[in-house]
Design a protein around this ligand. Structure first.
Ligand code: DGL
Length: 266
């Protein structure tokens, strides 16, 4: 099967990475919309237009399914493209449900959930509808982290700038309250070490990648197995342009290595 995976930028590589680990025999087209990154601070209408044109481009490349490896794009455009195109389209949403369930197990007032995402994801109805359904005990707080997208695109994943940004964004919140932190943007996976350092060992970081890939496997009737990233069949595109430059391919390899290093951090 040929699977198209897209994001505004490198966040989606974290979904691609998980897909290649679990479904190593498939063919992948990874599409980063570098001309329009970041999505999270644009208008919802703009993002909807980008998503529509990417899905149509991926379909013209004969993909069997499209994965929207972006919470932001899913929240504004998944329903629109699903209604318009006749192909399986798998989206992503912050993994709030497992986080709330995990927090409910440790019933004390310390058990709160923090959802980090982009400004669009935080203001769109999709997340609020989900919260109404699963956050019945009002344990969830939301935090917009657009600076992470900029730093991720610059491959700044650790160090003073990252630590300082987390401190700054968290200044209005009490970090001691949280037992679960949801990474509600695919770009945030790269920052797991810095987040772990800030929140401490007792706090669990939850991303939606495994759940998304399991869903892809189910929709396409594929069996999950454990593979090697190097073995995989991936073509990379940047806003419609096939990536052939070695320097850019090296960057994608560096990102896979980073994702491999941080993969088991929870
Ligand atoms: N990676 C995207 C997400 O999951 C959005 C990043 C951006 O703002 O472009 O929400």
């Amino acid at each position: 099967m040929r699977i198209g995976i897209f994001d505004s930028g490198i966040g989606g590589v974290s979904v691609l990475h998980e897909a290649v680990r679990l479904l190593p025999d498939e063919e992948y087209i990874f599409y980063a919309d570098v001309d329009h990154v970041p999505y999270g601070v644009k208008t919802s209408e703009q993002v909807k237009e980008y998503v529509d044109s990417i899905v149509s481009e991926l379909i013209s490349m004969d993909v069997d399914a499209v994965v929207i490896a972006c919470n932001t794009a899913t929240s504004v455009a998944a329903n629109h493209v699903r209604a318009k195109y006749d192909i399986p389209i798998i989206g992503m949403e912050p993994a709030v449900k497992p986080a709330v369930e995990a927090a409910a197990v440790g019933v004390n007032e310390k058990s709160r959930v923090l959802v980090m995402a982009t400004p669009i994801t935080i203001r769109e109805n999709k997340l609020h509808t989900l919260l109404e359904k699963v956050d019945t005990q009002h344990r969830v707080d939301l935090l917009s982290m657009p600076g992470f997208v900029r730093m991720a695109e610059a491959e700044i994943f650790d160090g003073d700038e990252v630590d300082g940004y987390i401190e700054e964004q968290m200044a209005v919140l009490n970090k001691e309250l949280y037992t679960e932190v949801v990474l509600g943007c695919t770009h945030f996976n790269y920052f797991k070490p810095a987040l772990k350092k800030f929140f401490g060992e007792g706090v669990e970081l939850i991303d939606g990648n495994l759940g998304t890939v399991r869903h892809v496997a189910k929709v396409l009737g594929l069996e999950i197995s454990q593979g090697k990233v190097e073995k995989s069949n991936i073509k990379y595109y940047e806003s419609g342009r096939l990536v052939t430059e070695q320097e850019k391919l090296d960057k994608f390899m560096r990102l896979h290595r980073r994702l491999e290093e941080v993969h088991d951090i929870r």
